[in-house]
Ligand binder design. Structure first.
Ligand SMILES: C[S@@+](CC[C@H](N)C(=O)[O-])C[C@H]1O[C@@H](n2cnc3c(N)ncnc32)[C@H](O)[C@@H]1O
Ligand code: SF4
Length: 519
């Protein structure tokens, strides 16, 4: 191996609300250092928002004298990455452009054939990327003996054999926690998922297994993260930390212990974000969750749809409606932290009516603090991607592959579901007074009342609605924007909100009066 130093830039392009280096790059860097390459490699960690202009990103990357520019691809940062990779290749063809991440794993041939990307790594990248870096350090670009890569040789695209032998359960080296001063940090205590939900592409190339890191390592890593004063949010990227209940409890106990140490130092506690299926949690788990910081800690629960048949039959979820609802209610009642419910509109098998029933269930039965209603994406690597014809799925060819229509959702119904989602976000943030009034008074006709209020607002406040809807359409972070507006000092906006809320209260009153007289 040559002694002189090679330079790598890791380029995280992430949503601005979660601005932090991707966990993937910390993992890769930690592994390369663990393999003894400390004296051969210099790393740059570049952090960009998905809203950072491309020229700014390109200029910064080109300004570093690097040998490798590495990117991690997801549905939400493509095709921005393609543009950046193409520009870098054009300006400095000698830089090796490497792409990893879930999107690249499933779209390797398409991505590499028409772009400036030189090499794509499929699946878990640690060992593969280390071998690539080793070759570069030896001034070689022969990739044929490295498994799990796709590369170009003249006009040919070569894919080397796939060996998924990277086992996180045996990794004991520490995670590099330095780099940057972002208040947001991502971490994982396990990798993979044993389930096969048809809309999801989570590690599907790895035979749907889950492997856990050793506790010895998790405890050390978490301690190091909690020792960074500037970290305020820690997001767990595990598919479900409570898949094994005792695992989830152990992780939360580490967090309680390290947050206690922060309190003693007069440092702010770290807020936690994780995913869990309510069916996996019980009173003991709820008790541990309730001890987490109350600030912005968020427990996300994927419901997708309240329709049991769609969940089990079309989506291949193992959904027990009664147990799910019972546990979700217990969670919402038992903790002061944010419980966020995730649903999807446009799911195969689901209809606009059953989407409305899902929304109705949330607003009428669940005391949730947040909810996310996502447009169905036909994700590369998912069952629906492979079987789109069976469900008549028409979707955008461009990432993130949003559904346009299907045999149960027309294009018009998708627009209606999107519009309803937008209004529900408004009722959960800047027009919260309306949600409170409907919940208190509407008894059971929640959606009928909401429909009336939505029609009224659309008719009487078209400018206000169209401006906000424009943000939403552009796919900006609508929740952040609405939260900012919620605490606005702008008198006009405050008055406008009061007017809308008061008029909505009147609509509810009139509706109830009419009901009574009909009876
Ligand atoms: C990454 S998933 C993990 C969820 C968790 N393991 C579970 O089973 O609910 C997080 C959320 O992303 C959303 N999601 C996943 N696949 C999606 C797709 N194809 N289209 C839209 N949203 C999707 C779902 O609402 C899901 O709850
Ligand atoms: S949705 Fe969740 S449970 Fe289902 S496969 Fe994806 S990660 Fe696993």
């Amino acid at each position: 191996m040559n002694n002189y130093i090679k330079q790598i830039s890791f380029n995280s392009v992430v949503p601005p609300s979660t601005a932090s280096h991707l966990l993937a790059f910390r993992q890769l860097k930690s592994y390369i250092l663990h393999k003894g390459m400390k004296n051969h490699i210099k790393f740059y960690m570049n952090l960009y928002g998905t809203n950072t202009p491309d020229p700014q990103i390109i200029t910064q990357i080109l300004g570093q004298s690097i040998n490798i520019a590495a990117f991690s691809s997801y549905v939400w940062n493509m095709p921005k990455l393609i543009e950046i990779c193409n520009s870098i290749k054009k300006e400095k063809p000698e830089i090796l452009i490497v792409l990893g991440g879930p999107y690249a794993s499933f779209m390797a041939d398409t991505l590499i054939s028409n772009s400036g990307i030189d090499l794509i790594i499929k699946g878990s990248g640690e060992e593969t990327f280390y071998r690539v870096v080793k070759k570069i350090a030896e001034d070689s670009q022969n990739w044929y003996d490295i498994p799990n890569v796709v590369y170009k040789e003249g006009s040919k695209i070569i894919t080397t054999p796939i060996h998924y032998d990277f086992d996180v359960s045996k990794q004991l080296y520490d995670l590099c926690v330095e780099d940057g001063d972002s208040s947001y940090f991502w971490y994982e205590t396990s990798r993979g998922c044993p389930f096969k939900c048809r809309y999801c592409s989570w590690n599907s190339e790895q035979k749907r297994q889950i492997k856990y890191y050793p506790y010895e390592k998790i405890e050390k890593d978490l301690k190091a993260i909690f020792n960074l004063k500037y970290v305020k949010h820690l997001e767990f990227c595990d598919s479900d930390i409570f898949l094994k209940k005792n695992h989830g409890i152990q992780i939360l106990q580490y967090i309680h212990q390290f947050n206690e140490e922060r309190r003693k130092r007069n440092w702010p506690e770290i807020n936690i974000y994780f995913e869990t299926n309510p069916e996996f949690i019980d009173e003991e788990a709820i008790h541990e969750i309730s001890k987490l910081p109350v600030g912005q800690t968020t427990i996300s629960c994927g419901l997708q749809t309240i329709n049991e048949h769609v969940n089990n039959y079309h989506l291949n979820r193992n959904f027990h409606k009664d147990k799910y609802i019972h546990n979700l209610k217990r969670l919402c009642e038992g903790v002061k932290q944010n419980v966020s419910i995730e649903i999807i509109y446009g799911l195969p098998g689901d209809t606009y009516e059953s989407f409305k029933q899902t929304v109705n269930f949330l607003v009428s039965e669940i005391k949730f603090k947040r909810f996310v209603s996502a447009h169905f994406l036909v994700l590369p690597g998912s069952y629906f991607w492979d079987h789109y014809e069976d469900f008549n799925l028409i979707f955008s060819k461009k990432s993130p592959h949003r559904l346009i229509s299907s045999n149960t959702f027309s294009e018009e119904e998708i627009s209606k579901a999107k519009r309803l989602t937008f209004f529900m976000y408004l009722f959960n943030t800047i027009l919260f007074g309306i949600k409170r009034a409907v919940t208190r008074q509407a008894k059971s006709d929640y959606m009928t009342v909401y429909d009336k209020i939505i029609n009224h607002i659309e008719l009487n406040y078209p400018q206000f609605i169209s401006e906000l809807y424009c943000f939403y359409e552009k796919n900006e972070d609508i929740e952040t924007i609405l939260k900012l507006l919620q605490y606005t000092a702008n008198k006009n906006l405050i008055n406008l909100r009061y007017d809308i809320i008061n008029e909505a209260r009147q609509i509810i009153k009139n509706y109830l009066l009419k009901q009574e007289t009909t009876i």
